[in-house]
Design a protein around this ligand. Structure first.
Ligand SMILES: Cc1ncc(COP(=O)(O)O)c(C=O)c1O
Length: 484
């Protein structure tokens, strides 16, 4: 390896480590970073490498130089979002029927694509994805004989893909055989198969609060009731509140994302994942774990899935390639645990078979080994984007605004000053060609009226900066005026 390349790796590594310490609060806003000389001696790296690392942190908005004093952790106007709940206790289960207005809001957001500033839906810019390579593999797969596409795939899905996924599962801390996996049409199909296999209409599902808005649509579709569990923006589901809910309500399944939850970006610590899995196993409750953001840790690590603590098949693990590779390929999977037979039966009834060519193309890409290199680049890009969007929000939004500090994924949860309507902000923003997601769609009870979610999936640019400044101005206008 050439020295230049080694240095490139080192300065990023140092910047990532320091960034992680800042994210964890081990280095606080306003605190001085070690001097360049000290850092260079301690790490045994050149002064130039440390300078490059500090410049990268500066670029990410995490540190700032002060004349003749060194580098400091940047003070942020937006504090971390507090636990977004008014009560520690989960309210009683509620039948999910999405209010027509909320449904309209979701519809508006999903359709808000062309020409609008894309801060609404959670997907990354195509330029960050290896689509050219993946499409070339797909073309090659299609050229090689009439096999793929000419026959129905195995009911469980392409064996080649399941083998690759079983190999990758080691990184999630999970030991899986290819025959313990079922491929699906994205995570959405996997989640629906899981819900259809585990529940009957009228059952109660415990959800994080706030949670991914499409979960509410799924629950409504399956005739289920929701119980919303308070969720911490850093550590995820409040397990004491969940335990309490499991005692009080006949909960059939817990549906959650322990790794980089959408919309908060929370990462549940491993001990809590273990406690969660033990809790559901003890009560015979299913845990549907949505891990679509698991590969997108900002600090480069790959957290374990809660499924890694599963001893009796209580956990149904859901994943897909939509957030990291190609949402349009619709390649997802499900490791159904003890619901395996039920899931395979449901798949035969609902889908029969997934498209083979796309599954084979993804399997080939995984086999080639280029996926990990791509993931490293993607993680760095989204960590950088998140930091820069966060900074822009802190600069532009009214006082009293709070912004989440996600540890992975690429969405930000913004709590506006009390009384400011997230729905009004969405409407005004749309008028000006900016798409965002309003808070109430992330709750079965339309809570979080003063919140919005901003997706940071696109590289930061002057256009995005202007859009965030515009959002800040609208929020300022909408914020209730304090009496003079
Ligand atoms: C938590 C979560 N699960 C699932 C999905 C959908 O995944 P897919 O496109 O693979 O169906 C999304 C997309 O935003 C998501 O945020």
């Amino acid at each position: 390896m050439g020295r230049a390349k080694e240095d490139a790796f080192l300065y990023e590594k140092i910047a990532d480590e320091l960034g992680e310490m800042i994210a964890r609060g081990a280095l606080r806003p306003g605190e001085r970073l070690p001097s360049v000389r000290r850092m260079s001696e301690e790490r045994g790296v050149s002064v130039a490498t440390v300078v490059a690392a500090y410049q990268l942190l500066e670029h990410r908005g995490a540190a700032e130089p002060r004349p003749k004093s060194g580098h400091f952790v940047r003070a942020r106007a937006g504090a971390d979002t507090p636990v977004p709940t008014t009560a520690r206790r989960a309210p009683a289960p509620t039948r999910v029927s999405i209010h027509a207005d909320a449904d309209d809001l979701i519809q508006v957001m999903l359709q808000a694509r062309r020409g609008q500033v894309p801060l609404g839906c959670a997907y990354v810019a195509t330029e960050l994805l290896p689509l050219r390579k993946l499409n070339a593999i797909l073309a090659q797969v299609a050229r090689e004989g009439g096999g793929p596409g000419g026959e129905y795939a195995d009911l469980r899905g392409s064996l080649q893909l399941r083998r690759q996924l079983a190999r990758r599962a080691v990184r999630w801390g999970v030991a899986l055989e290819p025959d313990e996996l079922v491929t699906t049409l994205g995570a959405t199909d996997a989640l629906n198969l899981a819900l259809a296999s585990v529940t009957r209409p009228g059952d109660v599902i415990a959800l994080e609060s706030p949670t991914y808005f499409a979960f509410m649509r799924m629950l409504e579709h399956h005739g289920l009731r929701a119980i919303e569990i308070p969720t911490d923006p850093q550590t995820g589901l409040d397990l004491d509140a969940l335990d309490d809910a499991l005692r009080r309500a006949p909960v059939r399944a817990v549906l959650c994302s322990p790794n980089f939850q959408n919309p908060l970006g929370a990462r549940m610590p491993d001990e809590q994942k273990e406690r969660l899995v033990k809790m559901v196993a003890r009560r015979g409750v299913a845990l549907i774990e949505d891990d679509v953001y698991g590969d997108l840790a900002h600090d480069g690590s790959r957290p374990r899935a809660a499924k890694s603590f599963d001893r009796d098949g209580s956990v149904l693990l859901v994943g897909s390639m939509s957030k990291t590779l190609a949402p349009g390929y619709r390649v997802g999977w499900l490791a159904p645990g003890r619901w395996d037979e039920a899931v395979v039966r449901k798949k035969s009834a609902m889908t029969l078979a997934c498209p083979t060519p796309t599954e084979m193309a993804v399997a080939e890409l995984l086999d080639e080994g280029g996926y990990d290199r791509h993931l490293r680049r993607l993680r760095r890009a989204i960590a950088d984007q998140c930091a820069r969007y966060r900074e822009a929000i802190a600069r532009s939004f009214p006082e009293g605004t709070r912004v989440s500090r996600p540890q992975g994924g690429f969405v930000l949860w913004v709590e506006l000053p009390q009384g400011t309507s997230g729905i009004a902000l969405q409407a005004e923003a749309l008028e000006r060609g900016i798409a965002i997601a309003p808070g109430p769609i992330f709750s079965a009870r339309q809570r979080f009226q003063s919140c919005i979610r901003i997706s940071t999936g696109f590289p930061f640019s002057p256009r995005i900066e202007r859009a965030i400044a515009t959002l800040g101005k609208i929020a300022e206008e909408l914020a209730p005026k304090r009496a003079a």
